[in-house]
Design a protein around this ligand. Structure first.
Ligand code: UDP
Length: 239
């Protein structure tokens, strides 16, 4: 049976763009190293860490389809892009000596392991980071949905959604300087205000399973640690 839970367990969602840094495409290795350092600190604090990484820095099915490609083919490319990002993150984590497993929703023999919830829980309990890759394995979904799905499956205490701003605001703070930041929102408030925190499939999945979401600024050094240990960073979305 699944190991009993006696520690904090998180699901961190990183968008592909979070790995891009100042570049306009691809991966900035210095960003990966900084994220790896912060994740390492969490593991040292006995936090069980699962990660879902997006692929938007490389390919998005929707964008490829808009340029004429078949949507399913584009989504397969998008999911494979998440695998590339995950392998880069695994490499950065292992270079700072954090044991890391990449578990894929699509079989990629010789590259990474297949997703298995029971194994994932066991690895996390043994201080290994698990990167859940290839999204949900299905086209027409997003990695935000994958993050909520895996977060629910592994019974994470919180889904941490990494962004470039300090939390959820009443309007885009980069355009409207007097926008106000929310410390806490209910799922229904977030839906009514149409704050666009995640796509609706992802968001409603989290709501239906009462899975807390915390939106925080991954670009701010130390914010991830505070978000997890002090539960004080960013915006919490819950019941
Ligand atoms: N994708 C998919 N199914 C999934 C997750 C992702 O088809 O379950 C594809 C989709 O084409 C998406 C791309 O992978 O555009 C990259 O994921 P996403 O856009 O969520 O990445 P992010 O915006 O977080 O970088």
């Amino acid at each position: 049976s699944a190991p009993e839970k006696n520690q904090k367990r998180i699901l961190l969602k990183l968008s592909g763009e979070a790995l891009m840094g100042a570049e306009s495409f691809g991966i900035d290795p210095s960003i990966l190293d900084r994220i790896a350092d912060e994740v390492k600190q969490l593991v040292e604090e006995d936090v069980q860490v699962g990660i879902v990484i997006g692929g938007g820095n490389l390919f998005r099915g929707e964008k490829l389809a808009a340029a004429g490609m078949n949507r399913v083919a584009g989504d397969h490319m998008g999911m494979l892009a998440t695998v590339m990002n995950s392998l880069a993150m695994q490499d950065a984590l292992e270079r700072v000596r954090v044991g890391t497993r990449v578990m894929s929703a699509i079989s990629l023999t010789g590259v990474c392991e297949d997703y298995d919830r029971r194994f994932a829980l066991r690895f996390m309990k043994n201080k290994q980071v698990v990167i859940f890759t290839a999204g949900t394995g299905n086209p027409f979904f997003t990695t935000d949905t994958a993050a909520c799905l895996r977060g629910i499956e592994i019974d994470a205490d919180v889904i941490l959604k990494a962004t470039k701003v300090d939390g959820v605001y009443s309007a885009d703070p980069k355009i409207y300087p007097d926008a106000v930041k929310y410390d806490h929102l209910t799922y229904n408030e977030a839906l009514e205000k149409e704050l666009g925190i995640m796509d609706l499939t992802a968001f409603c999945l989290a709501r239906d399973h009462k899975k807390n979401i915390r939106v925080f600024n991954m670009q701010k050094p130390g914010a991830l640690i505070k978000a997890v240990l002090d539960e004080s960073e960013g915006t919490l979305i819950s019941c």
